[in-house]
Design a protein around this ligand. Structure first.
Ligand code: KG4
Ligand code: ZN
Length: 351
């Protein structure tokens, strides 16, 4: 610690990105991510290969983050790391590294819930301002408490009520697949490379979103279910291809637009309900799927009708990154929420 400045070194290794960030209070000094491309050829993340790559990447990533930040290890106030949820083998690499570094430097260790970190990415400062964009009034850049956050990625689909930096209430979540999986598995069925979400988004822009319809799964309260939607998509494609072997190539844009529109409508219907029940109009999004252009468009359209203020972080802070771990570490540091060296990762780790 230098003066009243807190320097947090954050480590993220829950899935297939090895990331390290250095934060000076809420200001991001560096955020270096080594993304693994080896999984593309398998059409999904292979846990064993992910842990091996984390093992290879972690030391160079931490070195690069320190160098870019212009900070040396003796200045670091605490180490924050992702404890879960995630892939056990991947989490073990980051956890063991963080424990060793905290022990060697005699500084506190802070465990971070990855889902909480996705939400707190909204509070990162870069270049003298908060990173997010708020719609429609671009001056107010961070949500006020309490706000709702829809966290959507390849591994998660949740609606949370955020009462303060460290106080979260889970209002709803998927009971099976995440929405990112629903995008990626549909893309795979269409013969598109992994991860297919961004390609569905791209092709959808040229298609008719009303051409095909898909069933909505019934789930209690504010929860989601995407596995039935995915299966119905599989049958829809099989049945049509049986009648017309060129069905996919002749209708690719319309299939992507209709399917994407369906997923976005499902996501928004619970969010609208949550906003009504809790009387909250500050709405944030987080996670890789928040890059989806239709989701962004419909959030703004719905927000316009319901008087929402919508908060969307830049893409690099939506996908997995260590800056979100470091900012969460900073808030926990202020409250002295440290953990001891006996801490172990949790593949399933509720908020
Ligand atoms: O947060 P993230 O990088 O990793 C985790 O899963 O934690 O999210 C990756 C997910 C993948 O499923 C990917 O297909 C999806 O985000 N994704 C998108 C878009 N960009 C990324 N899905 C739909 N449209 C996009 N533009
Ligand atoms: Zn994530």
């Amino acid at each position: 610690m230098k003066g009243d400045k807190v320097y947090i070194l954050g480590i993220e290794s829950s899935c297939d990105d090895t990331s390290c960030a250095i934060m000076e209070n809420e200001v991001l000094l560096s955020n270096i991510t080594a993304s693994q491309t080896i999984h593309e050829q398998y059409g999904g993340v292979i846990p064993e290969l992910a842990s091996r790559d984390h093992q290879k990447n972690i030391v160079p990533t931490v070195d690069a983050a320190l160098k870019k930040a212009g900070v040396n290890l003796s200045q670091i106030s605490a180490i924050a790391f992702t404890r879960g949820p995630g892939l056990m083998g991947s989490l073990l690499v980051g956890t063991s590294f963080a424990k060793s570094l905290s022990m060697a430097l005699h500084i506190p260790l802070i465990e971070v819930n990855h889902m909480q970190a996705h939400v707190l990415a909204h509070f990162i400062e870069l270049g003298g301002k908060k990173i997010g964009t708020q719609w429609p009034n671009s001056e107010l850049l961070t949500p006020n408490f309490p706000f709702l956050c829809l966290t959507v990625s390849g591994g998660h689909t949740q609606i949370v009520k955020v009462n303060s930096h460290l106080e979260f209430e889970l209002l709803g979540e998927t009971v099976d697949d995440a929405v990112g999986e629903a995008f990626d598995k549909a893309a795979k069925i269409l013969g598109l490379p992994y991860p297919g979400g961004p390609l569905i988004d791209k092709y959808a822009q040229k298609g008719n979103a009303e051409k095909f319809s898909f069933p909505k799964s019934k789930v209690p309260e504010l929860n989601y279910s995407f596995s039935g939607i995915k299966t119905s998509f599989l049958y829809f494609i099989h049945d049509n291809v049986k009648q017309n072997p060129k069905f996919i190539e002749e209708n690719l844009y319309d299939i992507c637009a209709s399917y994407q529109n369906h997923l976005v409508k499902v996501l928004l219907s619970n969010l609208i309900e949550a906003s009504k029940i809790h009387g909250i109009k500050q709405i944030a999004v987080a996670g890789g799927v928040s890059a989806n252009s239709e989701l962004r468009k419909q959030l703004k359209e719905t927000g316009g009708k319901l008087n929402w203020e919508v908060f969307i972080p830049p893409f690099e802070f939506c996908t997995d990154n260590a800056a979100m771990i470091a900012i969460t570490g900073y808030y926990k540091f202020l409250k002295k929420e440290f953990c001891d060296l006996s801490v172990v990762p949790e593949a399933r780790y509720p908020l």
